[in-house]
Design a protein around this ligand. Structure first.
Ligand code: FES
Length: 98
């Protein structure tokens, strides 16, 4: 199966190539991405990012948390819940943006 490329514009991290259908939360670390994780199960909101690319929309539980954390941003996602189905670009939130 094809790989998907995850890029991190606005950071110094190099793009990563991961397998189609990989869950981001299982592969990203402080060493390979600018994203911080906590629970990695979609509960804490630590991994809030803006994601642009060809990925499935959030499921109900993720949507609930996003409605609280970033109600006005359609690009907001919980990185730990993203399943890769295409190339994506991820930017982190600045603390004054939320
Ligand atoms: S790491 Fe807790 S919601 Fe993603």
């Amino acid at each position: 199966m094809n790989n998907c490329v995850i890029s991190f514009p606005e950071s110094n991290f190099l793009p990563l190539s991961l397998q189609f259908n990989a869950r981001l939360g299982e592969y990203l670390t402080p060493e390979n991405s600018p994203i911080l994780f906590g629970c990695r199960t979609g509960l804490c909101g630590t991994c809030l990012v803006k994601a642009v690319g060809d990925i499935p929309p959030p499921e109900a539980e993720e949507r609930e948390l996003l409605a609280i954390l970033a109600p006005d941003n359609a690009q907001a996602r919980l990185a730990c819940q993203i399943k890769l189905t295409g190339n994506i670009a991820i930017t982190t939130y600045q603390s004054d943006e939320i």
